[in-house]
Design a protein around this ligand. Structure first.
Ligand code: 13P
Length: 354
């Protein structure tokens, strides 16, 4: 099938020159948990202020090519009355939108989940495109425990991802296909690699069956890591090698980009992993970048504390993390960068986007 005009260009633009994606598409309930954990009240306006802080960070469009919004945010305006999606576009950042309706218990598979949201999706995609979205996201999750994920769970989620991706392409949006093997549990690296491979294989089988144009999509997978509760910590090199090996085995080279989720990894470790993957020798037919949520935002949220006076400090923290992650997407990150500013608040000339 020929590539749909525009989709491949958009997919590549989001991740050009070491840029990655800011996942700021936490649902109201998820962002409320993250704000409450820092004793920040969660209201429509505090959520708007927080997202606006991130999106208007000086110089950020050097490192962030796309931002994933959520339904509430794409309908919100900045303090100055500009729709937040337009604010991004004005800064040269491509807006995207989370379109799945979350995970729900999967019938016939106790303890497992399927991501819902296909009903009415075509109409929602049309609306989001009018509001400025040029790409979309749908997240499926897989838990590793006692023989899970089952074949039933893998198949149901892969099928839904493929139907979502086909609908996105029909409506002129680049689908980000996100199958996430969760870090919950005490599993070993090898088991994560095995299951990630099974999941990716099923996803690409379903994408092919649904006639999705691979050139016009992005894949958002987990890195291959040990479970959070594993006694052993894999080295950065082990994570990088296992991750690249599983992608090489299961992701066709026609896919222009792979943007990793951070999945609860420590922010610096996620940066080190991305850098190590890019620094590995051997063929890497796709651009390997980031679509981090927590790993990009945690330090900024800690710095902000919900206080207007803290906005510059929060923006500095966000800018610094994005600078490091972008270097990692190019395989040029070094630990020394953690101690460098990468951003001088008074120095708006150096870091203003042109
Ligand atoms: P994390 O990087 O915090 O895992 O979030 C990425 C994301 O969008 C999960 O769906």
């Amino acid at each position: 099938m020929p590539t749909m005009p525009g989709l491949g260009e958009t997919a590549r633009a989001i991740i050009a020159n070491g840029m990655g994606i800011l996942a700021a598409d936490e649902t109201v309930s998820t962002i409320t948990k993250r704000l409450s954990a820092r004793e920040i009240e969660s209201t429509a306006d505090s959520r708007r202020a927080y997202r606006e802080l991130l999106f208007s960070t000086p110089g950020i469009s050097e490192y962030i090519g796309g931002v994933i919004l959520q339904d509430e945010t794409i309908h919100q305006d900045s303090a100055a009355g500009i729709p937040l999606a337009d604010l991004l576009v004005g800064r040269g950042i491509i807006p995207g939108i989370k379109v799945d309706a979350g995970v729900h218990p999967l019938a016939g598979a106790p303890g497992e989940f399927v991501t819902e949201g296909l009903d009415g999706l075509r109409e929602r995609l049309k609306e989001y495109r009018e509001l400025g979205a040029r790409f979309a996201k749908w997240r499926a999750v897989f838990t590793l425990r006692d023989g899970r994920p089952s074949a039933t769970c893998i198949h149901a989620n892969a099928h839904a991802l493929a139907r979502y991706a086909a609908l996105c392409q029909e409506q002129g949006l680049v689908p980000i296909v996100e199958p996430e093997v969760l870090m919950e549990g005490a599993h070993a690296l090898a088991r994560c690699e095995h299951v990630t491979g099974r999941v990716l294989q099923a996803v690409f089988t379903e994408l092919f069956a649904a006639r999705v144009t691979l050139e016009g999509m992005l894949l958002k997978p987990n890195m291959v890591t040990e479970g959070h509760d594993s006694a052993r910590q894999a080295s950065v090199a082990e994570v990088a090698e296992a991750t690249l090996r599983v992608l090489t085995r299961h992701v066709p080279p026609a896919v222009p980009g792979i943007v990793f989720l951070s999945g609860g990894q420590d922010a610096v470790l996620a940066t080190e992993h991305l850098n190590a993957i890019n620094a590995l020798a051997g063929p890497k037919p796709w651009t390997l970048s980031f679509s981090f949520g927590r790993a990009l935002q945690d330090e900024a949220l800690d710095a902000w504390r919900g206080q207007r006076a803290q906005v510059p400090a929060a923006q500095r923290a966000f800018h610094h993390r994005a600078w490091c992650d972008s270097a990692a997407a190019l395989g040029r990150y070094s630990a020394a960068m953690e101690g460098e500013a990468g951003f001088a608040p008074a120095d708006s000339t150096l870091h203003t986007h042109h």
